[in-house]
Design a protein around this ligand. Structure first.
Ligand SMILES: NC(=O)c1ccc[n+]([C@@H]2O[C@H](COP(=O)([O-])OP(=O)(O)OC[C@H]3O[C@@H](n4cnc5c(N)ncnc54)[C@H](OP(=O)(O)O)[C@@H]3O)[C@@H](O)[C@H]2O)c1
Length: 189
């Protein structure tokens, strides 16, 4: 059974991006472009990516991917990418992008089948990770906390999860970042 891991960078006060989807606060932090050994180890266990449409559109537009599909992030690689959206979206030529809309439970068998026996990376956003948590499908939250705060923005995980569902299993310093890993259980039946 593949594990479902929400792995993301966040500000100290729990935002994934500012109100305009900017990640300038992340790239301004030393090491904010990512790619340390631990991240590479994480990636080696990942078979499929899942993201919401804002996350998909940000990278699509930021890199002009329709015109330049070769700029599809190297660390995404050729893994299938599931994009949850209720709207028609541009497709990046040559990239295995699969669109889904509605209850994550309905799509779980297909997502699971596409993993090739490896784990699922929920890239973002926070509400989509929350939908997996609501469905009892989220196994792990891994947050890499940047030395930054924002007055407002896109929330890390807009849900109420407490100690009954979250267990701290790892704490690590990665340069300027603090990385916390939580095992997620439940929800209670
Ligand atoms: N800090 C980091 O490392 C990091 C990581 C990932 C993302 N980000 C950024 O954080 C921001 C996240 O944006 P966000 O909070 O708006 O979240 P998002 O999950 O990227 O996008 C949310 C949108 O996805 C669609 N969606 C979500 N669940 C759906 C479902 N079950 N069925 C159909 N459609 C569904 C909806 O839009 P439509 O139906 O209208 O398409 C929804 O408004 C982005 O700016 C992204 O670039 C940062």
């Amino acid at each position: 059974m593949p594990r479902v891991i929400f792995y993301t960078a966040t500000t100290v006060n729990g935002f994934l991006a500012d109100e305009n989807d900017s990640l300038d606060w992340l790239f301004a932090a030393p090491g904010g472009e990512g790619g340390d050994d631990d991240f590479q180890r994480f990636l080696s266990g990942i078979g499929v990516l899942v993201q919401g449409s804002s996350t998909y559109r940000w990278v699509l537009e930021h890199e002009d991917l329709v015109a330049h599909p070769e700029k599809w992030p190297a660390y995404y690689g050729d893994r299938p990418t599931w994009v949850f959206t209720s709207r028609e979206q541009p497709v990046v030529p040559g990239v295995d992008i699969r669109f889904a809309s509605g209850d994550v439970r309905e799509f779980w068998p297909q997502i699971e089948e596409s993993t090739g026996g490896r784990d699922v990376w929920i890239v973002g956003g926070g509400d989509l990770a929350g939908q997996f948590a609501d469905a009892g499908l989220l196994d792990e939250i891994r947050v890499s906390i940047a030395p930054a705060t924002l007055p407002s923005g896109k929330p890390l995980l807009p849900r109420s999860l407490g100690a009954d569902r979250l267990q701290l299993i790892d704490v690590r310093q990665a340069g300027a970042f603090a990385e916390l890993t939580y095992a997620v259980s439940g929800p209670p039946s």
